[in-house]
Design a protein. Structure first.
Length: 421
């Protein structure tokens, strides 16, 4: 059995500061102007821009390697199979999974969490069992559990967000009991940017006999993730938030869990044998990958992971931390602006509201200055309710952002305020 260690690239790379001026040239989208201004892209929590290596790899794969994977014996199919399985191994290295076969390639985080809900949870939850989530979850880590609870008679319980804008392990444990079967929580909030104490909550959940599913959508592009160190049971993420193609991502789960889980889709590629009387299933991960896989997407995702790992996590994190410190100061200098959450807890995501200006108006006006941010409820309506707002604006950073980007945002916000107040 292949045991992978964290890729050598991120252990050795990253001792130097990130050369942002140079790496910005890797992202062709940054070369454009929007409404006459150079693009300032601060909507990375929604989706990230793609480096040329990923774009070229995807184009080259479609140009010459466009076979189907795990199907035919010809050369193109062989190459496709290799690309798919190399991508699986690359995801395993990203997450420090025990082995590549613990990685199910999915369409993204939503797809991965729904797989856990409709397979593991549908099979294992009984009336009266409890699923614990937190108040800050993205709808992708809420709606699937709500449905599954309705279908099985289980109960959804919620860990509140504390007044300091984070989730505490004690508050989670206070809601765990003998009926808790699953704790599902974000690694990093897509609104407040806080990192949840996943390892600690996992330890306590396991003491109560519950499994833990982690929504890693906002973590994987910004910090090294080690599922073995976290101790969790399921980990989901999306490729497009990690500079990879849309429609890609993965679910990692411990092998014994995957082996016990039924498939949720039937079709080609997921079977061992089929007759009119009976079908037997392939072992995981193929059991969960019915139909033609997104081979080219997986290949692009592997290239994206390679790109980020080669930069090195320590350099990347230092850069994004510097951006956040700068952003907290820059946003504080904008009259009437209130930043949500607590200083020192934000990871590459900073959300805010402005006196008497609707977030959509903020978003529209800063776009006129070429600044792309996200506005709305961020698919976290219960959290909006907790914060006492209907919507907010959010700036989110990636490795190519600069202090100048942050200054451009602050300047555009000042203009918006002058226009609208
Ligand atoms: N969880 C979180 C925390 C997210 O930020 C997002 C994307 N906004 C998702 C889940 C869903 O990701 P996707 O739409 O790529 O499946």
């Amino acid at each position: 059995m292949l045991r992978m260690s964290r890729s050598g690239a991120d252990e050795t790379a990253g001792t130097e500061p990130l050369d942002v001026v140079r790496l910005r040239h890797d992202f062709p989208a940054l070369e454009q102007r929007v409404h006459g201004h150079p693009l300032v892209y601060l909507d990375n929590a929604a989706t990230t821009l793609k480096p040329r290596s990923v774009i070229d790899a995807v184009a080259a794969a479609y140009a010459s390697d466009s076979g189907n994977a795990h199907r035919s014996v010809h050369a193109l199919s062989g190459r496709a199979t290799q690309q798919l399985e190399t991508a699986r191994a690359r995801v395993a290295s990203l997450l420090n999974a025990g082995e590549p076969d613990e990685v199910v390639l999915t369409g993204g985080t939503t797809d991965a969490l729904n797989l856990v809900a409709s397979s593991w949870a549908r099979t294992n939850l009984r009336p009266g069992d409890e699923v614990l989530i937190t108040e800050l979850e993205h709808h992708a880590n809420l709606v699937p559990w709500q449905w599954t609870c309705e279908q099985t008679g289980a109960r959804l319980r919620v860990v509140p967000v504390s007044d300091d804008g984070t989730v505490h392990a004690d508050d989670a444990e206070a809601r765990m009991g003998p009926r808790t079967r699953l704790v599902a929580l974000a690694h990093v909030s897509n609104v407040l940017g806080c990192a949840l104490p996943v390892a600690e909550i996992t330890r306590r959940a396991h003491e109560h006999g519950a499994l833990v599913a982690v929504d890693g959508a906002q973590a994987v592009a910004h910090r090294p993730v080690d599922v073995q160190a976290l101790g969790c049971d399921f980990y989901a993420f999306s490729g497009h938030k990690l500079h990879g193609p849309t429609g890609t991502g993965a679910l990692w789960a411990r092998r014994e869990l995957l082996e016990a889980m039924p498939p949720t889709q039937g079709g080609g590629g997921m079977v061992a044998s089929v007759s009119f009387e009976r079908t037997t299933f392939a072992p995981p991960p193929q059991r969960f990958e019915a139909g033609t896989p997104h081979v080219v997407g997986a290949h692009g995702l592997a290239c994206a992971i390679e790109y980020v790992q080669a930069l090195g996590w320590s350099a990347l994190r230092a850069h994004e931390r510097d951006l956040m410190v700068h952003a907290e100061a820059a946003l504080a200098s904008v009259d009437g602006l209130q930043v949500l959450g607590s200083p020192g807890t934000r990871n590459s995501v900073v959300s805010f509201v402005m006196d008497s200006i609707h977030p959509h108006d903020i978003g529209t006006l800063v776009d006129r200055h070429g600044v792309a941010i996200r506005t709305g409820h961020h698919c976290a309506q219960p959290l909006m309710k907790r914060l006492g707002i209907g919507a907010c604006a959010r700036a989110s950073f990636a490795l190519y952002n600069t202090r100048q980007d942050v200054d451009a945002l602050a300047e555009a916000l000042r203009h918006a305020r002058e226009r609208l107040s």
